[in-house]
Ligand binder design. Structure first.
Ligand code: ADP
Ligand code: GLC
Length: 482
């Protein structure tokens, strides 16, 4: 019998997504479910969720009280399903905390929101009589789960054989709050189990608490799992991670080929495959036309779809791309939101290079797919990248990525060697403008050799990034935690 799993996440596509966490939190439960696991994902019922059908209330989980310090909340549990799937998804409804448009908010109650999600997931399992062998938490939002199980719920025999897994998607976000939040989290009586140095420094960290108490920790790629043991990539957690290195596993994300593959993608104007790329040409001209760019450039169309944050190496792109646009007959298409400085930069680029550069901001799922399909090169010069999904999508779409050798990018892209015909993209080592310039030069040289370029595309399209295998690795980890 495969183990039963309760899966907690702040995001889950297509309901709620700001980045890759949303994609992974939808795909991993789905593939585990197909492999025969009883998986129950828990997600907040945010105010903006568009749901395919009215969710059904779950019996015995209505108006359940949860005390968080001086706060008394009540939540109700609802059940819906992923579109086209018989996998149930459990929505935690608590309007005072989740009934707002944004997934993450700046109203000073983030600690309460995600502590409530975590507590509600456990309380719901109790009310459903569901004894998960594995409680799987993701990122800082649900990282208090192992400690809550060890304290508030240690009396409940339902969880006697339950083990906890914490997956690290991005150490840049840790959920650090002032020390007064400990009372709000209902953890004051258990302060001895929190990170003592942090408390002395007047703060409490959700992620650190998870790292202290989870039975197993995973990072979203093998290279990232090694990198975070170093001060350079550990974001201050490397010491703690080194102490737990025996319980830390690197498992790369997969991609959901039902959503992301050019053969069946309903969001792109024409479908295509490695055998027949003519549809990709159509996607390319459609993309340029729809964004008001000049048609038929001699050089490649460069695409980016990204959160605009320092992590993504936007400053490197900013240092290199304007000169390229000025010097060569190339196009640039960027979809992204986030840092206002970066948004302004790309708006400026669009003004400076009319007909050559287009920028769109805000979330646009359709445009994200059309860029993967219609671009020739995908730019992802990240300073660090725990795993990264876009570089895997782009290989699948015959759009070789230009990446820095870091984290999951190092594990999923190999530099193309024109002599041997091996490789799937362009990989540079140093996070400098010169590094990115070198990689783009390599790409442009290869572009002018059509046979080499076809080979490069074919190599990428043949890569197997399937979730079947990666979900199997999670299943193996679950089974080992007896
Ligand atoms: P991260 O999680 O760090 O943002 P990933 O590469 O793992 O990076 O995942 C990014 C995901 O978010 C991809 O599915 C990408 O298509 C999507 N994405 C990023 N920005 C946008 C946007 N503005 N509109 C639509 N999708 C976006
Ligand atoms: C994070 C990381 C990204 C990873 C995603 C899903 O947002 O930045 O590299 O692919 O989580 O695990």
């Amino acid at each position: 019998m495969p183990p039963t799993v309760a899966f907690l996440s702040a995001e889950m596509a297509p309901f709620a997504k700001t980045g890759g966490l949303g994609d992974v939190a939808a795909a991993l439960p789905r593939y585990l479910h197909r492999a025969g696991h009883d998986v129950r994902p828990f997600l907040p019922w945010y105010g903006h969720l568009e749901l395919p059908a009215a969710p059904r209330p779950v019996p015995f989980a209505r108006d359940v009280p949860v005390r968080l310090g001086r706060w008394d909340f009540r939540f109700s549990l609802f059940e819906t399903a992923l579109p086209g799937e018989d996998l149930p998804v459990f929505l935690v409804s608590c309007p005072p905390l989740f009934g707002r448009r944004e997934i993450y908010s700046a109203r000073g109650d983030e600690h309460l929101r995600f502590a409530l999600l975590t507590r509600a997931a456990v309380e719901s399992c109790q009310r459903m009589g569901f004894a998960p062998r594995i409680f799987h938490a993701n990122d800082w939002h649900t990282a208090l789960l192992p400690l809550y199980l060890r304290t508030h719920y240690s009396w409940d025999r339902l969880f006697a054989r339950t083990r906890t897994v914490l997956t690290l998607h991005n150490l840049a976000y840790q959920g650090v709050f002032p020390e007064w939040a400990v009372a709000d989290l209902d953890l004051a009586p258990h302060a001895g189990l929190l990170h003592q140095e942090d408390l002395r420094a007047g703060r409490v960290s959700f992620l650190k608490t998870g790292l202290l108490h989870a039975d197993a920790i995973t990072a979203v790629s093998g290279t990232y799992a090694r990198e975070i043991l170093t001060p350079e990539h550990g974001f201050g957690l490397d010491g703690l991670l080194r102490a737990r290195a025996g319980s830390l596993h690197g498992i790369a994300n997969g991609i959901d080929t039902e959503i992301w593959s050019p053969e069946r993608d309903a969001l792109i104007p024409a479908r295509y495959s490695a055998e027949d790329l003519s549809g990709k040409d159509l996607c390319r001209s459609h993309l340029l036309q729809s964004l008001g760019l000049l048609p038929r450039p001699k050089g490649p169309v460069l695409g980016m779809v990204t959160r605009l944050t320092a992590q993504k190496g936007i400053d490197l792109a900013a240092a290199v791309v304007p000169d390229l646009l000025a010097a060569a007959d190339v196009r640039l298409v960027v979809l992204g939101g986030g840092d206002p400085g970066h948004v302004e930069f790309f708006r400026g680029l669009q003004r400076r290079f009319p007909g050559k550069a287009a920028f769109r901001t805000g979330r646009d799922e359709g445009l994200a797919h059309r860029i993967e399909a219609g671009a020739d090169l995908f730019l992802m010069p990240s300073l660090f990248e725990p795993c990264g999904l876009n570089q895997m999508y782009s290989q699948r779409y015959g759009t070789p990525p230009v990446v820095r050798r870091t984290g999951g990018l190092a594990d999923t892209v190999t530099h193309f060697d024109r002599r041997t015909g091996e490789g799937t993209g362009f990989v540079f080592d140093h996070p400098t403008a010169a590094g990115l310039e070198w990689a783009l030069r390599e790409a442009l040289e290869c572009w002018s050799d059509r046979r080499a370029w076809r080979r490069l595309q074919a190599n990428g399209m043949a890569m197997d990034f399937s979730w079947e295998r990666q979900a199997g690795r999670y299943a193996g980890l679950y089974a080992s935690l007896s």
